[in-house]
Design a protein around this ligand. Sequence first.
Ligand code: FES
Length: 354
Amino acid sequence: MAVRKLAPEELQPESFVLSPETEAFAQQQIAKYPPGRQASAVIALLGKAQEQAGGWLPRKAIEAVAARLDMPVIRVMEVATFYTMFNLEPVGKYFVQFCGTTPCVLRGAGDIKKVLERRIGDQNQITADGTFSWLEVECLGACSNAPMVQINDDYYEDLTPENFEKLLDDLAAGRPVRKGSQIGRNRSEPFEAVKTLQDPSLYDGSQIGAWRKRFEEQAQPAATGETEAAVASVPQEARAAKPGAGRAIETEAADTPAERVKKGETPINPADRKEAADPSRATTGDSHTEEGARPAPQSGKSYVATPSKPEEGSPVPVSPTTPVAGTPPSQAETRRDGSESKPDVVVDKDNKTS
Ligand code: FES
């Protein structure tokens, strides 16, 4: 990319004043933004000022935009010199931006460039009559219609040396020209055979071949036996993806009050009782470890909550409204979430439950 700097002083006009049309445009653009945010309209105003100045941005035009938007001149200068859509030097009445990027080159952009060099001269040179100037730019986003050029605000695509020469002739003579594709295709439709959705071969399977055949075979599972084989391969019982991947909840616990009762032992683990009696581990609320304070759990299932941190193994304080663990539903206070049918669980630091 060429260095972007302002045009030489001898090319700079002595003054620039926003025209009534540009001023009306400025008011319209500034109104799009909240008060105090008028700087957001800087690109729009620079574009309009460039249009007013004849296709390029003199220094005075940049300063006029800065004043209109109440911005430091250097900030507007930064924008104007950064974006290549702003021309910092005079251009011809028809400013040709020639795409010299790979897809266009592969489609013959080199021949278009030769026409430009022969008809107009070097880049950034304006023809003697002021009609044309040109500049090589990077991809303009119309690669599917390569090669192409942009002239002022319009694209001209599918160029050949012949139709491009004619295009330049028509522009110079003031004759109407066709924008877009120069070979008549509609936008970027297929280049030669326009048969999208019209060619019967799209529907008879000849183009999609094996894929169509496969779909037909799948539509007749009984004939191929494919479905039976697939069903036979499915295990009849669902299995966990990993052997121990089940949740801790509702798994049989090795040591629970119910298990101890079954074995004829006291439902309270002596070690738990000793620990619960330790004043240093006292908690508010009723203790759940007092023998006889609760009946045996209703089932052999243990609802185990595994602490994520060691310190979370401390007995959990229970609010006065929480029923004592193991209380039958008929005796438990009603909870709003309906969870009164499950006994509360206390998990100690050794991950034992009671
Ligand atoms: S490469 Fe030329 S338009 Fe994209």
